[in-house]
Write a protein that binds this ligand. Structure first.
Ligand code: HEC
Ligand code: HEC
Ligand code: HEC
Length: 756
């Protein structure tokens, strides 16, 4: 009992309790520095209390005195000594060791709107502004339903690429953007907003945000430039209708309560009308009202949505002789979606009964609802190899070269080596899959999946079946080999936004193939086509960029890698073939973007080519012709926004660039000195976080000017080479100091013991 009343114990309890409250209970959490400050004050306070009278003080210090001085506690003392020395050394090491975290960028998601808004040549009072359609029509009326349907069409044509088919912010290109597109299904979003607020955000987009909303980073387009006023209201009506939320209004009028409906069993089968309604709401915008693949957005999608009337499906577990997939195959496609295409995963939004109904409807569109399931034969799998041996992979490579390289390329990047132009059954251009990028594989996850794809082929596309031409063993060998191709690409970087430049001795390489590049840490970012501003581009082919940075005491060099299936340089055979077909190819090109000057705050130029106040530097390289009739273009360009094309410098000699295309990939090296004498140039400095963004033009896709693919802002950091010995020395010194202090206290304590 007396132990519990011991001042040392309850001091520990009080301080422990306070720490728990500060560190874990308080919300939002307080910063580390403040926590240390609070705890120091509390410790001093506790010390004051316990040393207030001599008796308590003596009791308080007795155990400590014993620990340091009592002859009988020698062993414990040694343990404590080692613990203190090691602990201090470790903590110091951790504190001194360099850490790479990107600078904190706080942003207000819903900043206060202005009170009035100028758009479409009018001034709106945002406090009074109402959705005219909601005022004019009853929400249950046919007129209002028509408005919602028109809004849906506009949404799918313009917004779906970012905010997603499910309105949950996970559109096909959402990964490119930071901040990410808003999830309209989130209860904290549009349900908490007024329609006038949405009208402001949609018409003015990211650039219309106040400073605290980081207008320079938001990819939300300025829709005033591309949509009419009516269109915006129609889309707003659609957003609320699709999500089932009600907009917030100023007067909290008592809405008549919805009549109570009996809870519906989500798994009860649906009647034909109900299924038709689900299809019209969720699928028709892409797959067409009649299931013919001619939905309103079809021409803005690559690949195009499937035409169900053909009864032809790409992904199935039935063999090459069976015409149709099983119900389970269709269910898997609908639930999991097809990554790398606009076809979303529906598992979060559709019930089992709805999916069952949709499968039936898809069969009816194709006229095969009566199909006998007996006619569906599963792909014969044989016995998969027990082990992945080097021999198996060697056999796989050998067969891959024979059967797959002509379409999928030497390294598997989907660059056709046969020289053929591939078309699908609908005569649309089609590209073999990039087998190094599993993010874009539609159905394939495992070696068994690859086995199935190559055995049965991909119906409707040139990808042939190999069941009749290849043994089971060979097919399994290829399947396992294909899985190893994934490792030759750097996976998409998630979350991390800092590219670390590596300091090297000696000259920086001009050659993209130089081995030294392998020592620099690579980062891969998603690119999206310009769906933000006219002239828009919806169907880009290059979707990722990998970057590495090297520097020395004079220069800095970047190597940028882009998977690009086509070698589009002036005068290439491919380019000539395209011209004959009436396509006007441009040159493959790539650009790096930097702010012209660092702001010193987290504020940056607008991520698309800067803005009036904040210009950007572009380092631009375009591919040379094969016969050197047209050399590469290497230019420094200055841009102040998207209104005018970036201006090339009269003298760009400060920049050197060199690009090589091999096996479906461009590797381009850019080099400049860290510092220049030009006032418009960004100057690089060690240890400074410098914003960087990327853009890319695929020549044979006719990309040019604003019709390009690009990334958001990232950071590059020239990481000063930390001498590991220096860090160790600091940690050792701190540990030694702690040790000396310990010994000092112990000697003093021992003396007191001897005196007592
Ligand atoms: C290029 C991608 C992109 C496209 C296309 C796009 N948005 Fe956005 N949108 C964003 C991003 C990113 C944000 C989050 C940043 C911000 O608030 O500005 C956002 C935010 C919004 C917001 C703000 C929501 C809030 O809670 O403040 C609304 C409303 C919105 N988008 C509506 C639309 C509509 C309607 C369309 C189509 C007409 C559309 N967006 C098309 C990227 C996009
Ligand atoms: C935003 C557009 C979009 C929406 C909405 C959409 N799909 Fe798709 N869907 C696609 C695209 C694009 C493809 C073709 C992908 C390809 O060819 O690789 C596709 C393909 C399919 C396929 C064929 C798979 C195969 O093996 O060939 C099925 C089945 C399908 N969708 C069902 C649905 C259903 C059911 C819905 C509604 C719940 C739906 N889709 C909604 C875009 C969409
Ligand atoms: C005549 C050209 C051609 C040949 C030969 C060919 N493929 Fe393909 N392959 C394609 C095309 C085209 C696609 C993309 C189809 C699409 O997107 O609809 C594809 C797609 C794929 C996919 C992607 C499946 C998914 O889920 O995304 C895999 C895996 C694949 N092929 C493996 C192989 C292997 C292994 C071989 C050799 C045995 C091979 N292919 C031979 C043209 C070909």
């Amino acid at each position: 009992m007396s132990l519990l009343k011991h001042p040392l114990l309850w001091s520990a309890i009080v301080l422990g309790g306070l720490y728990t409250v500060f560190a874990y209970v308080l919300n939002p959490p307080i910063p580390q520095a403040l926590l240390i400050w609070y705890m120091s004050i509390c410790s001093v306070a506790v010390l004051l209390v316990v040393t207030f009278d001599n008796k308590t003080a003596a009791r308080f210090f007795a155990p400590l005195l014993a620990l340091f001085g009592a002859p009988s506690l020698m062993l414990l003392r040694v343990v404590a000594f080692v613990g203190v020395v090691a602990g201090v050394g470790y903590l110091t090491f951790n504190a001194v060791k360099p850490k790479i975290v990107s600078p904190v960028e706080l942003r207000t998601v819903h900043p206060a709107p202005p009170s009035s808004l100028k758009a479409y040549g009018k001034t709106y009072d945002l406090l009074k502004l109402q959705n005219p359609y909601r005022e004019e029509f009853d929400e249950a009326s046919d007129e209002y339903k028509e408005i919602v349907a028109e809004g849906a069409e506009l949404y799918y044509k313009n917004c779906v690429f970012c905010h997603g088919d499910l309105l949950d912010g996970t559109g096909h290109f959402a990964k490119t953007f930071t901040p990410r597109p808003i999830n309209f299904q989130d209860v904290g979003m549009i349900a908490q907003l007024q329609e006038a607020f949405l009208f402001w955000r949609i018409t003015k987009g990211g650039p219309g945000l106040p400073r605290e909303g980081t207008p320079w980073a938001s990819a939300m387009p300025v829709w005033e430039e591309m949509l009419q006023e009516d269109d915006v209201w129609k889309i707003i009506s659609f957003l609320y209708d699709y999500t089932g939320y009600e907009p917030r209004s100023w007067e909290l009028e008592d809405k008549p309560k919805e009549p109570e409906t009996a809870p519906v069993d989500p798994n009860a089968p649906l009647d034909a009308d109900a299924i038709e309604a689900v299809y019209m709401k969720r699928c028709s915008q892409c797959h067409g009202e009649e299931g013919d693949g001619l939905g309103v957005v079809a021409d803005r999608m690559y690949p195009a949505p499937r035409d169900f009337t053909l009864g032809l499906f790409k992904y199935k577990t039935t063999d090459a002789d069976s015409e149709f997939p099983t119900d389970e195959d269709l269910r898997r496609t609908i639930m999991e979606g097809l990554p790398g295409t606009a076809m979303p995963a529906w598992k979060t939004l559709l019930s089992d009964a709805e999916v069952t109904g949709l499968i039936q409807l898809i069969k009816e569109f194709g006229g095969w609802e009566e199909e006998d399931p007996e006619d569906l034969t599963p792909i014969e799998m044989g016995t998969p190899p027990k082990e992945v041996t080097p021999e198996l992979l060697a056999l796989g490579r050998e067969q891959f070269v024979k059967a797959c390289v002509q379409c999928h390329g030497e390294a598997g990047r989907g660059n056709i080596t046969s020289g053929k132009r591939l078309k699908d059954d609908a005569q649309a251009r089609i590209w073999p899959r990039n087998l190094t990028r599993p993010e874009t594989w539609r159905w394939t996850k495992t070696a068994a999946d690859v086995f199935q794809r190559l055995s049965a082929g991909i119906p409707g596309t040139p990808m042939p079946e190999h069941t009749s031409t290849m043994s089971l063993e060979d097919r399994w060998a290829i399947a396992n080999y294909v899985m190893t191709l994934r490792d030759s690409a750097t996976p998409l970087t998630e979350g991390d936004s800092v590219i670390r430049g590596l300091r090297v001795d000696g000259d920086l390489p001009d050659d993209p193939a130089d081995e030294i590049w392998n020592t620099a840490p690579p980062m891969t970012f998603a690119m999206a086509p310009n769906i933000i501003k006219e002239p828009r581009l919806f169907t880009s082919l290059n979707d990722m960029v990998t970057v590495r940075v090297l520097y020395n005491d004079r220069d800095i060099a970047f190597r940028v890698d882009m998977d690009d299936r086509t070698y589009s340089v002036p005068g290439s055979d491919l380019e000539k073939a395209y011209r004959l077909e009436g396509v006007d190819p441009t040159r493959d090109a790539v650009a790096l973007q930097f702010p012209a000057a660092l702001s010193g705050t987290n504020e940056k130029p607008y991520f698309r080519l800067g803005d009036k106040k904040n210009p950007v530097n572009l380092w631009y390289w375009a591919a040379p012709s094969e016969d050197l009739a047209a050399p590469a273009i290497v230019e420094i360009r200055d841009a102040k926004g998207q209104a005018k094309p970036p201006k090339p410098r009269a003298d760009s000699s400060a920049l050197a660039a060199n690009g090589v295309w091999k096996d479906g990939q461009w590797r381009v090296v850019f080099k400049r000195s860290l510092k220049t004498d030009t006032a418009e140039d960004l100057q690089f400095e060690e240890g400074v976080y410098t914003p960087i963004a990327f853009a890319d033009w695929d020549g044979l896709n006719g990309e040019e000017g604003l019709r390009q693919a690009f990334t958001a802002w990232y950071w590059v950091l020239l990481e000063p080479e930390e001498n590991p010995n220096r860090i160790m020395a600091i940690a050792a010194a701190a540990a030694a100091l702690a040790g000396l202090l310990f010994i000092g206290i112990a000697i003093a304590a021992r003396r007191r013991y001897n005196n007592v």
